[in-house]
Design a protein around this ligand. Structure first.
Ligand code: HEM
Length: 380
């Protein structure tokens, strides 16, 4: 019998989805290269994933769908990435920070007055998407529409519902193109990220509308990851009152806490590659043209790479961490995501004396998301 024709695991099994982190920990030790119809060949060990990230020739990111720059390989990828990197610079983030802070304060005020909140729907999702709208120069009320798109796309991915996925992609495209038309028709003095996209050139040629939509789709999906990250951060702080108090007393520790909590409990489960030749990983032979998934959550908790991997240790060096990936596809939006999470935590912690989970421990979200599906909090 050919072992490679049979699934090693079922990623959508309820027992895996109930607690993705511990299920992936178990697979990393028992079957570190595991095949399934749903995810192809999943890699769980830090060293195997780091080796893939350092070899884009063998492990391709090329996508059937236009996906700039994440679905591109060298040499095409570099110029697109360089053109977009300029949007996430220090000055751009500094400009956005007061607006992100005002959105956070506005969303937190009623919850703090009432003493409780459901954090994901009442804060994390509207906060990240309203910040995205502010950055793009889109009307902030559009966040609800974008939220429906993020949620629907995640459900379509889990259900492998390709029809729903492409209907949602068309909906997003129409929505984004309407905003591009508005920007072209009524230019104002404020230069926002949409204006920048409309004037960006790669190899002397401006992006066409489909290229801009593909960039915006990736950025909007990234906001879903930030919202998940916020849910994870607040869940951990609610469960670890000593760490919560330490951060409240010294807000400058928040950036280190973000990196370390997200290493222990990652907001992004996996990304894909395709082999461009036959490869051998651990004891498995993977043919050319096969899909691979890099299981970030498992790699970031690998005891071969991190001492006491389950412990949140703010003093830990970030070097080995793969929260943002590594190599040529390292997260382009990390500065924006870090800004959003830092500002949200600064405002939440400085306006409360304690944040606690209200009721039973929260149910976890399913692939491709992670973290709490809902998070009922008591705020003191
Ligand atoms: C906590 C939130 C986030 C996490 C943990 C995260 C993580 C990652 C990871 C692990 C990768 C590498 C993917 C790979 O190697 O295949 C990546 C790539 C990327 N991320 Fe993020 N991301 C986050 C938020 C965002 C946001 C908010 C944006 C944009 C607004 C963004 C834009 C991108 C882009 C464009 C790439 C591809 C870069 C390239 O191909 O050169 N991300 N991200």
């Amino acid at each position: 019998m050919n072992r490679e024709q049979h699934d090693d695991w079922n990623p959508r099994d309820a027992t895996i989805q109930e607690d993705q982190r511990h299920a992936y920990d178990e697979l990393r030790e028992r079957c570190p290269v595991a095949r399934s119809k749903f995810l192809g060949w999943s890699l769980f060990r830090h060293a195997d994933i780091a080796a893939v990230l350092s070899d884009p020739e063998t492990y391709s990111n090329a996508s059937r769908h236009l996906a700039i720059p994440n679905g591109m390989d060298p040499p095409v990828h570099g110029p697109y990435r360089d053109a977009l990197a300029a949007y996430f610079g220090h000055d751009q983030m500094e400009q956005l920070e007061p607006r992100a802070r005002a959105i956070a304060v506005n969303l937190l005020a009623p919850a703090i007055a009432g003493g409780q909140m459901e954090f994901i729907d009442a804060f994390a999702t509207p906060f990240v998407l309203r910040t995205l709208c502010a950055w793009l120069g889109w009307p902030e009320r559009q966040w609800e529409c974008l939220g429906g798109w993020v949620h629907g796309s995640q459900q379509a991915a889990f259900g492998q519902d390709h029809a729903a996925g492409s209907a949602l992609a068309s909906l997003f495209s129409e929505h984004a193109k309407a905003n591009l038309s508005l920007h072209r028709a009524a230019p104002d003095d404020i230069v926002d990220a949409t204006d920048a996209l409309l004037s960006t050139e790669v190899d002397g040629k401006r992006f066409d509308d489909d290229e801009i939509v593909s960039v915006l789709r990736n950025w909007t999906a990234g906001q879903g990851t930030v919202a998940t990250g916020l849910g994870i951060l607040v869940l951990h702080l609610a469960q670890e009152p000593a760490l919560q108090d330490r951060l409240r007393r010294d807000l400058t520790l928040i950036p280190a806490a973000i990196e370390e909590i997200l290493r222990v409990d990652g907001p992004l489960v996996a990304n894909r590659r395709v082999t461009t030749r036959e490869v051998e990983i651990q004891d498995r032979t993977i043919p050319k043209g096969e899909p691979l998934t890099l299981m970030w959550i498992a790699a970031n908790r690998d005891p071969r790479a991190f001492d006491d991997p389950n412990a949140v240790t703010l003093e830990r060096s970030e070097e080995a961490g793969l929260v943002w990936g590594q190599g040529i596809h390292l997260c382009l939006g990390a500065s924006l995501a870090r800004l959003q999470m830092r500002v949200a935590l600064e405002e939440l912690l400085s306006r409360t004396t304690r944040v606690e989970i209200s009721g039973a421990p929260p149910r976890r979200a399913v692939y491709p998301s992670n973290g709490p599906a809902a998070l009922l909090l008591h705020l003191g």
